[in-house]
Design a protein around this ligand. Sequence first.
Ligand code: NDP
Length: 294
Amino acid sequence: SRTLAFLGLGAMGWPMAAQLARHTKETGGRTLVWNRTQAKADAHAREFGSEAAALPEVAAADVIFSCLPTSAEVDEVLTALGGQLRAGAVWVDCTSGQPEAARRQAAGLAGRGVAFLDAPVSGGPGGAAAGKLTVMVGGDTAVLERVRADLAFAAKVVHVGDVGAGFAVKAINNTLMAVNMWAAGEGLAALARTGVDLHAALDVINASSGRSYPTEALIPQRVLTREFPVTFQLGLLAKDAGIAAEVVQDARASAPVLTQVAALYRAAAHSIGAEADYSAALKLVEQMNGTEIK
Ligand code: NDP
């Protein structure tokens, strides 16, 4: 029977691993979970029937998933696992990582007979809990077919290219969202200063061509309400925009808006706080305009 392992039970990893546990319960396999703070893995096992494991124990799995903050933490766990991984295993990294790190990690794992896919996700903790994530996969298509049935947290899985391509697409996706949110924040702050009611402004924008995910969902739900609930840390979005800037640089592309927005989110993470929700980036736009978006 098949053994899956999941490393990193954070905002995303916790519900993703719950989907794996549900899947292996149905198919007669096992789901091992490891987390740096072990109490979370024990709690996951109690709640979902996964099995809390020590790091060396996950090396026995057929498929190892990781979802850690950045590629640097993935490097740490790869180093800690050392040569213990089994030839024939597949490592599926669901971190929003760096393409260059993926290529380096894949080459290192290939030497031990372990295949690597970069498989970052979109849809947030709610999408993960519903098993409705979108997955963008870089790597060998034959390897993807070996694990496709294990991606129990996904509603849509798209192969986008060689190793690293998944991370590149994810970074650009999140940066497009970041551009839309920042631009909407600037526009709404300007309207607030002119005395326009922002609920009315969003109502009409969302029935017009300026609408976006931030105008339709994020800003009404998180900014106007002043709730800014933390589901995705601002520091992680700043990291994603930084990766997009690296993608632009490596491709010798010309993308002044994307690289500018990376600098703006870095500034927001420094001034508002990296652990705030990503929607709190608009607090910096508010400060820049001496007004509130409410
Ligand atoms: P969280 O901060 O909620 O979770 C981070 C996880 O990484 C925790 O399990 C934490 O363990 C672990 N961790 C942190 N540092 C280390 C380390 N040095 N060694 C081992 N484990 C470590 O992050 P998210 O779940 O929100 O994000 C994870 C990834 O998914 C990021 O790349 C993010 O960009 C991406 N992502 C996030 C989305 C979201 O909506 N939140 C959506 C899509 C992608 P511990 O419990 O011990 O702190």
